[in-house]
Design a protein around this ligand. Sequence first.
Ligand code: GLN
Length: 192
Amino acid sequence: MREHARALEAAGARAVPVRRPQELERVDGLVIPGGESTTMWKLARTFELLDPLRKRVEAGMPAYGSCAGMIMLADRIRDGVQGQETVGGIDMTVRRNAFGRQVDSFESDVTLPALDDPPGPFRAIFIRAPWVEAVGDGVEILGRVERGEQTGRIVAVRQGRLMATAFHPELTGDFRVHRYFADLVRRAMEEE
Ligand code: GLN
């Protein structure tokens, strides 16, 4: 979370933590970080955040999820635990731990043409990462992995004001993803 806050500040945004529904009401956009999506789901239930989150996403609040955050923004998940719920919003099916449990983490260069300012591949860090198995018509594919037999798997998407990456851009010092999201939030604020 601290890394996302740092990246957002570098992108010219002001970052505040959101743990409670009142805190959610005050933000113009939300980053859902990595971690463990099953824990996030349970905590969101306990803190009564799940429904407020769904309502704000439905009402058009921009949100960006990385890794477990990507899972939280998926309308459908595979390999979730029994009863696991998400916030949803992106018309996609995401498979948890898709790269295999034996490969805990890896780094790989990913090309994200829409976020290519300045140009160049992203050094993407994947940690027990999901991938996107299927997307609906309204979902823009921002990037795919290029790595052995997993080449072509979707790892970055956007649908309207929602975006998600299977990897962790906040860990690399490359703030292009956060800049793109901060711009998206600014545009959304202007439109309101
Ligand atoms: N495997 C985790 C999950 O299912 C995600 C890992 C991560 O966020 N780095 O939630």
